[in-house]
Structures are given as structure tokens and as C-alpha cells.
Design a protein around this ligand. Structure first.
Ligand SMILES: [Zn+2]
Ligand SMILES: [Zn+2]
Length: 375
């Protein structure tokens, strides 16, 4: 039985055909080369970066999205050595070359090889997880992780987002006992909260939703605080409402795309502290910097006193995407359940409901966190 999978000629896939236009279509099952794998998708996470591409049309159609993928290997190319048919695996669609100028500076997300997507279900490679089968190309094979027997495909699909979070945490200079604000307690914010707590950090968790703060407590937040509900789109995260009493913040992680939260963090973080942006992935959001001659066009709402960076030595930094070199640590964290990702998964949609899954992930409800799609 093992080693034999009947592979059909065609499969169902959700094809991106234009802005907010996802269609269930029948497409060919991808062919694989000698150094490649064919994986039957068990589950694929809905990720904010894909939502953005679908809602704003930032890349040309047609494509098949979905990159937080776990499944079973159903076919291996003739020259594949380390994997066999039947292996349950989690996939990574971006892998850095580890040799180029960017990689030598550990700026993996800027590496040209990293920017190539190595998993596809057809069309221009875009992850392909919203389909029944995906082709895993040779250059991303180093990122394929076997899922232990005791763990689920769902846990496997969470490796990629957890990796991005751990990578960001490693960018901060933190000591045990430090106080850190995590603004936003969606699935990503909750992962930050737990990983920081495991490192002996006191986390102040904030969110607009009470239900998420309850979960933040379970994920190890020392303090939680509800921030005011949005009155308008432009001001969805009011800074004046956060009261941290007499203790100071060593760092702040902004896991919501809110400029107000950044502004607030600049005021609250101590001198020499760090403010890390994790959710500001949409281009063209600008800010006015006090003290510069050339003020950029103002779309955003706050002034940043550049002396807070120079004189107060506060660092503003960002983190994007994953770090391939911490993969083992991420696997241990998730598969040992030191970071138990299972409570983060609240919805699982069938493939034909992918558009609804994306919709829910884009406008979360009080009871929704991580949303998955199961072909
Ligand atoms: Zn993702
Ligand atoms: Zn590189």
C-alpha cells in the first residue's frame, strides 16, 4: 500500500483571476522534474500577505495562492534522495541561497533566490496551496520539514508563520524580565506573546477585541489592555487610551498595520529601546518627520521627532518573512507544543469556500483567529 498513490490528471484549484476574484477551476495536476516532489495538500493557512495581493491586485493574474502548506508526498522525482512517498511534510515556498551579499548579511528576504517562489499548482508560481496538489521545486527542498507522527498537518502548516515571528523576536535586544508591548493579538500577535513569555519577557498585550485579550492571557501575557474601538478607518488604534502606569517599555512589537500604534510606541518605549514593525507591509504609508527638510507626502497621521532616534537612541526596525536558518528551532517549538498553535486555529474551510476564508481572515470576527483551507 505504502508508496502507491493514484494521481489524477486534473484537480480542483482556486485560481486568482483579478482583484477579489477567486474561482474554483479544474486545472492539470502539475508535472514534476527529477529533483522535485508532488505533494497532496492536506491543509493551507490563509496568510495576510496573500489577502493583500488578492484584495489590491498587486500581482498580475492568473495565480494560485496559498503558501502555508502541509500535506503528503505522493510522488518523488527520480533523483530525490531524502524524501519518500507517504512522508507527511510542511513546506516553505521561499529559501535563500545563503551565499549572496544579502544572505551573508542575514537579510534573507532580500535575496534574489529567496524571492523566487518554489511551490506551484500551475500558472506563475505563487504557493499553490489552494489546490489539491502542489509541485515542490528543487531549490525549496531544503525547506521541506517532516511532520512527526504525533503532530497534525495543521501544526505543520503553522511553521512558516511561527518562523516569521521568531525571526522578528531575534532582531530585538531583549533580556529576561524586560517589558515588551505586543500591539495586536491576532494569530501573529499571540505567537509573539507566547514566544516572548517563554523567554522570560513580561508582555503587555493590547487589542481591540476582549476575546483576543483573554487568549493573550492564556498565551502568557502578564498584562492586557483593551484599546478603543475604531471610530474611523484612519484612526483605528487610539494611542491615548493605553495606560501602562509607572513601568517602562523596553520594546514594542507592532503586529497591527496601525500608524497610531507606532506613534504611541515611540512615546512609551524607554531610551535605547526598540520599536519593531511587523504588519506595515503596504507600500506608500508615509509619515512626517519633524526636523527633516524634505517632508514626504503626508498620508499618515503622526509626526516623528527624529531626535527620539538620535538623542534617545530608540531604534525603529522591521522584520519581514522567514529565516531559513532557524527552521529547526521553529520545528521544535511547534512540534513539542511549547508553543501550542492548535488554539490559534479557529476555522477550516473547504477549498470551494476559499473566497469566504479570505474574506473572514481580512475582516476578523471576535471568535476568528487563524483560518485554514482544506482541499
Ligand atoms: Zn504567510
Ligand atoms: Zn542569497
Amino acid at each position: 500500500m505504502l508508496g502507491v498513490f493514484a494521481i489524477p490528471k486534473t484537480m480542483r484549484a482556486v485560481v486568482y483571476r483579478g482583484v477579489n476574484d477567486l474561482r474554483l477551476e479544474t486545472v492539470p495536476v502539475p508535472r514534476i522534474g527529477a529533483n522535485e516532489l508532488l505533494v497532496k495538500v492536506a491543509v493551507c493557512g490563509v496568510c495576510p500577505t496573500d489577502i493583500k495581493k488578492i484584495q489590491y491586485g498587486t500581482v498580475p493574474p492568473p495565480r494560485i495562492f496559498g503558501h502555508e502548506t502541509a500535506g503528503t508526498i505522493v510522488k518523488t522525482g527520480a533523483r530525490v534522495k531524502n524524501f519518500k512517498v507517504g512522508d507527511r511534510v510542511a513546506l516553505h515556498h521561499h529559501i535563500p541561497c545563503l551565499k549572496c551579499h544579502f544572505c551573508r548579511h542575514r537579510a534573507f528576504a532580500q535575496c534574489e533566490t529567496y524571492k523566487r517562489t518554489g511551490i506551484t499548482a500551475g500558472f506563475e508560481p505563487a504557493g499553490g496551496g489552494y489546490a489539491e496538489y502542489v509541485r515542490v521545486m528543487d531549490f525549496v527542498l531544503p525547506g521541506v520539514v517532516k511532520i512527526p507522527a504525533r503532530n497534525t498537518f495543521e501544526e505543520g502548516a503553522m511553521l512558516e508563520p511561527v518562523n516569521t515571528v521568531l525571526k522578528a523576536v531575534k532582531r530585538l535586544n531583549l533580556l529576561r524580565g524586560d517589558n515588551v508591548l505586543v500591539a495586536g493579538q491576532g494569530p501573529i500577535g499571540l505567537m509573539f506573546t507566547k514566544i516572548l513569555q517563554l523567554r522570560g519577557i513580561n508582555v503587555l498585550a493590547t487589542d481591540l477585541l476582549e476575546s483576543r485579550l483573554k487568549l493573550a492571557k492564556k498565551f502568557g501575557a502578564k498584562w492586557t489592555q483593551l484599546v478603543q474601538s475604531p471610530k474611523s478607518k484612519a484612526q483605528s488604534y487610539r494611542p491615548s487610551t493605553l495606560d501602562i502606569g509607572h513601568w517602562t517599555l523596553d520594546s514594542a512589537i507592532i503586529a497591527v498595520p496601525s500608524d497610531d500604534a507606532v506613534h504611541q510606541a515611540f512615546q512609551l518605549v524607554r531610551g535605547g529601546g526598540q520599536i519593531l514593525l511587523f504588519a506595515h507591509t503596504k507600500r506608500s504609508s508615509t509619515l512626517t518627520a519633524v526636523g527633516t527638510r524634505s517632508t514626504a507626502s503626508v498620508c499618515s497621521t503622526f509626526n516623528l521627532d527624529l531626535a527620539s532616534i538620535c538623542l534617545d537612541e530608540k531604534d525603529l526596525l522591521g522584520s519581514y518573512s522567514a529565516d531559513f536558518t532557524i527552521q529547526k528551532e521553529v520545528s521544535r517549538l511547534v512540534f513539542s507544543r511549547a508553543l501550542d498553535v492548535r488554539p490559534l486555529i479557529t476555522h477550516n474551510f473547504p477549498l470551494e469556500k476559499t473566497a469566504a476564508a479570505v474574506q473572514l481572515a481580512a475582516s476578523p470576527k471576535p471568535d476568528s483567529l487563524k483560518i485554514l483551507v482544506t482541499p
